[in-house]
Write a new protein. Structure first.
Length: 241
């Protein structure tokens, strides 16, 4: 299993997000020698996985996702599905409730970066709030992640000086061109405590969906929070190809 780090996060150099899928494809084929491979991801990693499948459908045998993005407002499914229209109409209110960080990081990342980079306590508060709200923790984040795990995650950014570059990635992310509906065989896993849960119809409109799993527990950081569930779903799907 190859687990690359996204550009600008942790100890990985920052480079334009729009070329990340191309770099991953080169890594797998030219550098590591895999002519075909599987790909999986969520959040920004899900976006890159979808780009990989769109750009390199002969190399990517199948993909597994926990996120497929949000409607932009011009998708054909909005004309035919009342459920998806309702979902799309609720997104602005949802972003105001759980996505204020995204609005700021995607529009004014540099302003925020100066404050967070210079204040370890401020950065810790900015990050840990997400772990508290986006995990299946019954209101107690340490039921999911220990203090050591949370502090290690925070320190990876502070000691590598990548707070700024990680925030700028969200600016790049929201400006990427959406992928068309993918032809590559796809699976989707829905963790119950994701901050925004899309209807299945929306997921089906984005993917060649062959497997849809409602996970019994877990949240936005599903691969870390519920690794056995996540790994089992990957293994069962990819073993079909």
């Amino acid at each position: 299993m190859i687990i690359p780090s996204l550009p600008g996060f942790g100890f990985t150099d920052h480079f334009p997000l729009e070329i990340t899928a191309d770099i991953w494809a080169e890594l797998m084929s030219s550098e590591l020698g895999y002519e075909t491979f599987y790909a999986a991801g969520g959040d920004i990693g899900g976006t890159i996985t979808m780009q990989l499948a769109e750009k390199y459908p002969t190399n990517v045998k199948a993909i597994h996702l926990t996120d497929v993005g949000l409607p932009a407002g011009n998708e054909p499914i909005l004309q035919t599905s009342a459920v998806v229209r309702e979902f799309a109409a609720a997104i602005p209110q949802g972003l105001m409730q759980v996505g204020a960080f995204l609005l700021l990081q995607a529009s004014k990342p540099q302003t925020l970066a100066f404050a967070l980079n210079d204040s370890p306590i401020g950065y810790a508060a900015w990050v840990i709030e997400k772990f508290n709200d986006w995990t299946d923790n019954n209101g107690a984040k340490e039921e999911t992640f220990s203090k050591d795990e949370l502090l290690t995650h925070i320190m990876l950014y502070l000691v590598s000086d990548t707070v700024q570059s990680s925030l700028h990635t969200y600016y790049d992310w929201t400006r990427l061109k959406p992928t068309e509906k993918l032809s590559v065989p796809s699976a989707y896993a829905q963790f119950p405590k994701e901050p925004i849960v899309p209807p299945r119809e929306w997921v089906e409109s984005r993917l060649n969906l062959l497997r849809y799993t409602n996970m019994r527990n877990g949240g936005h950081f599903g691969a870390w929070e519920s690794p056995e569930l996540y790994y089992t779903d990957l293994k069962e799907f990819f073993s079909n190809f």
